[in-house]
Design a protein around this ligand. Structure first.
Ligand code: ADP
Ligand code: MG
Length: 388
């Protein structure tokens, strides 16, 4: 078993690691962003090209190939970026007891018979503000590593308790506030790690296993840091491994009259998944709250559920109801609603066909991030903000 000494890495070491990981995920996010913009261009251009060809033209299948390949590329980059910096938009308050219960259910099904799972929950009612799927994934990744380190069987002990980190605590990393934390520990009786391995476990693609991806702990690291927590590994060869996660306890706040001004809320309606996802990513980086819908029906549902939307950014051609019909419907519900249309057709054509009126704003696809931000900021009457 690992020694009982404090497993928290010293501040300096942790900070260096945090900076290194920050760099990696910045890089992944940056590359993914540029790449997605590029792919949006490729996709739109191939679609436009396909449209200008007669049915049965021999180039059509190739254009479809181009579109499919860029779609796959976008999916890949998006997933890579999401690994290092998981979105916390699906975060909700949840009980620690429920988190561990659902992880236990999944693990029972995954772990072999020679691995015993022990779960000890001291603070089942403490609340965390997190995406339940992400937390479950973190616990599952850690437990699978533990199981893989115990080929001959052993014990995985999952535990949860609350700890208080005072202002002067050395455990507080930048961005972590003093106060109560939930401490989640995954401990195994496996083969442990040597010093060199332990120093690199959080790096993406670092693996000592034949078929390993080296992404398990990288993902967990991203999840924990996105929740303003910390993760530490203590391990010695032959003496098992202890992974300790600290996450801030969530205190639900009573709504007060003077609420903080909320971010401008944008509803994006676009049937092309890639463009939808790219737009969400871009707008969110510029500080907007973004909701996405694939068609008018989904948009209407979201619009009703949200109660308050500042801008609808809608594609013109949609399956079912088109963009202008949707805009009319929503504007009837909320007079004065701001709408921005996007279309691969030219503005002149849309005007000619009577699909838009001269006062309605449009963006011609493909458009650049700058053009988009100019139009959105203008419509919302906010200063264009640099991306964060
Ligand atoms: P993968 O499991 O695909 O190798 P991870 O990021 O999950 O990728 O883990 C990286 C490496 O860290 C593993 O290859 C292994 O060497 C080491 N490791 C992680 N967890 C443990 C553990 N509980 N016991 C021993 N070694 C571990
Ligand atoms: Mg793993």
């Amino acid at each position: 078993m690992p020694s009982e000494r404090d497993v928290l890495a010293p501040y300096g070491e942790h900070l260096r690691r945090a900076q290194k990981m920050e760099l990696v995920s910045n890089l992944a996010a940056g590359v993914s962003h540029h790449f997605n913009n590029l792919l949006m261009g490729i996709l739109t251009a191939s679609r436009l090209a396909a449209r200008s060809l007669d049915e049965g033209h021999p180039a059509l299948p190739y254009l479809a190939e181009i579109a499919a390949a860029s779609d796959r590329g976008a999916d890949l980059t998006r997933r890579l970026a999401a690994l290092g910096r998981p979105a916390t938009e699906h975060a909700r308050p949840m009980r620690v007891g429920d988190v561990l219960d659902s992880a236990r259910d999944v693990l029972r099904a995954l772990l072999g018979e020679n691995v015993r799972l022990e779960v000890a929950i001291e603070a089942p009612d403490a609340l965390l503000l997190a995406d339940p799927d992400q937390l479950q994934q973190a616990l599952v990744n850690l437990s699978l590593n533990a199981a893989e380190a115990m080929a001959d069987g052993g014990v995985i002990a999952l535990s949860a308790r609350t700890v208080h980190l005072p202002k002067d605590s050395g455990a507080l990393l930048p961005g972590m506030a003093a106060g109560p934390y939930v401490e989640l520990v995954v401990r195994d009786t496996g083969r442990g790690m040597d010093t060199q391995t332990r120093a690199r476990v959080f790096e993406p693609f670092f693996t000592t296993k034949g078929g390993g991806t080296g992404l398990g702990l990288y993902i967990v690291y991203g999840i924990v840091r996105a929740l303003q927590g910390r993760i530490d590994v203590d391990s010695d060869l032959g003496h098992g491994t202890t992974v300790r996660i600290l996450l801030p306890v969530h205190h639900p706040v009573e709504p007060t009259g003077a609420a903080e001004p909320r971010k401008p809320r944008i509803l994006v309606v676009e049937d092309e998944r890639l463009i939808r996802v790219t737009l969400r990513h871009t707008l969110a980086l510029h500080g907007f709250e973004v909701h996405i819908a694939a068609d008018a029906t989904e948009a209407r549902e979201l619009f009703d559920a949200l109660g308050d939307v500042d801008l609808v950014l809608s594609d013109m051609v949609l399956p079912g109801k088109n963009g202008s019909e949707l805009a009319r419907e929503l504007s009837a519900l909320r007079p004065g609603l701001r709408v921005l249309f996007m279309s691969a057709y030219s503005r002149e054509l849309l005007l000619q066909q009577g699909r838009i009126t001269p006062s309605q704003r449009t963006l011609e696809k493909p458009f650049s991030e700058e053009t988009l931000m100019m139009a959105v900021s203008e419509l919302l009457g906010v200063e264009p903000k640099p991306r964060s």
